[in-house]
Design a protein around this ligand. Sequence first.
Ligand SMILES: NC(=O)c1ccc[n+]([C@@H]2O[C@H](COP(=O)([O-])OP(=O)(O)OC[C@H]3O[C@@H](n4cnc5c(N)ncnc54)[C@H](O)[C@@H]3O)[C@@H](O)[C@H]2O)c1
Length: 347
Amino acid sequence: MSLAVKSFRHGLGARGRPAGLATLARARFSTAQALRADIDASPLQPGKQKSKTGTLPPYGPVGVAAALEALPDHPAKPTLFSHEFALTDRVALVSGANRGLGLEMAMALAEAGARAVYCVDLPKQPGPEWTKVKEYLSRMTGLQGEGRLEYVSVDVTDQEAIWKVGETIGDREGRMDACIAAAGILKPHTDCLKYPAKQFQEVMNVNVNGVLFTAQAAGRQMRRFGNGGSITLIASMSGSITNRGEPWVSYNTSKSAVLQMARSMACELGPERIRVNTLSPGHIYTHMTAQFVDKNPGLVEKWSDLNPMGRIGRPDELRGVVTWLASDASTFCTGSDMIVDGGHRAW
Ligand SMILES: NC(=O)c1ccc[n+]([C@@H]2O[C@H](COP(=O)([O-])OP(=O)(O)OC[C@H]3O[C@@H](n4cnc5c(N)ncnc54)[C@H](O)[C@@H]3O)[C@@H](O)[C@H]2O)c1
């Protein structure tokens, strides 16, 4: 801070005597100049940011950069939820979204402002949970976007079919911005030394090939429209640890593959502003896990005891992280794994 600024702050002349009017006016002038010079020199100044970090989002600078650029009479408005986290007019594809985590995530994207979220799953017709969510969204007030859910029946292991779904969405909507590959399967306990080839291939086919084909279907459209995009592959904490007492060699192997798939794709697609990350949930209560915990008394307590929160998770506890990953709030995040497991891996 310059001497003039310090002296002005304390209302004193340079020798410590009370400042006269002329001295104060001079000090005020040099203070304004000094502050302006400081702001112009700041690395947070929008012009400087742009020259070092590439183009800013279409809505311009946000945060400190917006404050530095603003004129004193310019209205100051929050942007965090209206711009960075908002998915206004975006189009998304979510696999496994007839129910469970996929449906929860599809709803979150719609609620965050997406124009349309295409939910891909196996059944020919969507189930009652999906239908109820679509109806609920259609009468939700205060949405920033259209919030339209669409259902498409397709098997994600059929590469040609899921690519075609991506193309049809691209043709219809003229864009593709976000993808969540959530379709996955988990088979009952099987001894790893007796694991049948067919069952192992089945798990790998859905959890690895299907995830790749889904990411391709959306990524090819992101490349076509050139707006970048965000792809989130749903892995699991089981991709980096083994669930104690659960012989799930095929599932765990498939989820490890998903972690590495995301890193590889992120490195290839970064220059096209297509980000690829994984989300690794811990134990969450869905149809997938209900098949174990509802039939095995004491299992939910055992799983709960494996994390410091002392409980298993709810699907809605993943709404924030998937919205963040799909949105501009995470534009510098790619090739990363988000672990949301109640602290399971901290122990
Ligand atoms: N629930 C958990 O505790 C948990 C934890 C970590 C990771 N995950 C992962 O989250 C994802 C969603 O799991 P969930 O708990 O919601 O399970 P879920 O069984 O409720 O949902 C999975 C959905 O994927 C669909 N699906 C399966 N095979 C498909 C295929 N070939 N083509 C299209 N859709 C297909 C199913 O029909 C189902 O609707 C999975 O990848 C799972 O491995 C779940």
